[in-house]
Design a protein around this ligand. Structure first.
Ligand SMILES: *Cc1c(COP(=O)(O)O)cnc(C)c1O
Ligand code: SF4
Length: 375
């Protein structure tokens, strides 16, 4: 089944795995078992730069390396600046820590009443259920625990988390994340969702997942049936570049949407990936045709070894300005900075208000820069 939009979505195909039967290729467990996880495996598949080779030092004590065959085939092997390549293949700069960087830049540890729960806002919690992901994003804000390269030894304590939520009546919204919750088995996902939905004060469940992007094969009809049973479910994808919007992702989001899952997207503003008006415009347009509403654009958190990713905040503001009014309002994400140390997400907006006069009249500018008064 293909989306009914007019956009053409490409598939990366089977590439170096052309002899693998379609039934295996389309099986998410095959994709997981056949992930590329070492420098020598990667070396055999593509020419690597010195910078990338040196990056592999960071995989031992910072964040593991893994890429699914599906996602690998989307990478341009001849172009070291390929935006998909750079997101998943380590780089030498990851070994450098800048003074402003820390292992827990948004202070999740200090807002964690039980392991796996981050309770920062009054009415909702973040529930971390695993430290595994299908592929590892080199800028990951949670790399202190994700992949366990640092020996953090995160053990998801599902029962402790569920009990915390059940005993806190103010929690009406649970954001299930990790790692990636969708890497758990159907049985476990079904179990966690039914336990959460059985708590009277939990109004709905949200999931943050990059699995549809790295491993769209995981979005099986049986998983979608589980979501249908436990809805309303809101799911935030994490797509950073239009090249991630493939035919396989389009099929996955269609299945999710037809199962009643409400889809959003979170992107991270990354230097050389999407810090460009035309790239971002293409991304948000493609997302809408995938039935995905752009939700947040994050300034890159100050995680250790991420200085090479960060973009000046005013560039983010300019990118939002280039969208607002110039394209569909649904296409415009909210640009946010997750405040260092645990202040939560703070919206950063272009300023359209010039002045508020003593009589309450507001002097403002529209997207074209024309001035208006509203009394
Ligand atoms: C991002 C986040 C949420 C959800 O925030 P929304 O603005 O409602 O999407 C909740 N808890 C924590 C700890 C978060 O980081
Ligand atoms: S998928 Fe999310 S949690 Fe996993 S490595 Fe990427 S950013 Fe981190």
């Amino acid at each position: 089944m293909l989306p009914q939009g007019k956009q053409e979505f490409q598939s990366g195909g089977k590439g170096a795995w052309s002899d693998v039967p379609a039934a295996a290729w389309d099986d998410w467990t095959w994709q997981m078992r056949n992930r590329i996880t070492t420098l020598s495996q990667l070396d055999a598949l593509m020419p690597l730069t010195t910078r990338e080779r040196e990056g592999f030092r960071a995989t031992e004590n910072r964040l593991s390396f893994a890429v699914t065959p599906y996602f690998f085939n989307l990478i341009d092997r001849e172009n070291p600046n390929c935006p998909l390549r750079r997101q998943v293949i380590p780089a030498a700069e990851e070994n450098l820590t800048s003074p402003e960087e820390t292992a827990d830049p948004v202070g999740e540890e200090k807002n964690s009443p039980v392991p796996g729960i981050v309770h920062r806002y009054p009415d909702r919690v973040l529930f971390l259920t695993t430290d595994r992901c299908a592929c590892y994003c080199r800028y990951c804000t949670r790399s202190r625990l994700v992949s366990n390269a640092r020996g953090y030894d995160f053990r998801p304590q599902l029962e402790a988390g569920l009990q915390y939520i059940a005993s806190h009546e103010e929690v009406r919204d649970v954001l299930v994340s990790g790692g990636d919750f969708l890497l758990l088995s159907d049985e476990k996902i079904d179990y966690v969702l039914s336990r959460l939905r059985a708590i009277p004060h939990v109004e709905f469940v949200r999931i943050g997942s990059r699995v549809p992007v790295f491993l769209p094969q995981r979005v099986t009809p049986s998983l979608c049936e589980i979501f249908k049973r436990h809805g309303p479910i809101w799911l935030s994808l994490h797509v950073n570049h239009p090249k991630e919007c493939t035919r396989e992702l389009a099929e996955a989001t269609e299945r999710l949407a037809f199962s009643g899952v409400v889809l959003g997207n979170q992107s991270v503003l990354l230097r050389g990936i999407n810090d460009d008006e035309s790239v971002m415009r293409k991304l948000v347009h493609r997302l809408l045709t995938l039935r995905v509403r752009p939700y947040y654009l994050y300034a890159c958190d100050r995680i250790n070894g991420s200085a090479h990713w960060r973009v000046p905040v005013d560039r983010g503001v300019e990118i939002i300005r280039s969208l607002r009014g110039w394209t569909t309002g649904y296409a415009v994400p909210q640009f946010v900075i997750d405040a260092p140390g645990g202040g939560g997400k703070i919206p950063i907006n272009p300023n359209y208000v010039e002045e508020i006069l003593p009589d309450g009249t507001i002097r403002m500018k529209n997207y074209l820069g024309n001035e208006f008064l509203y009394t």
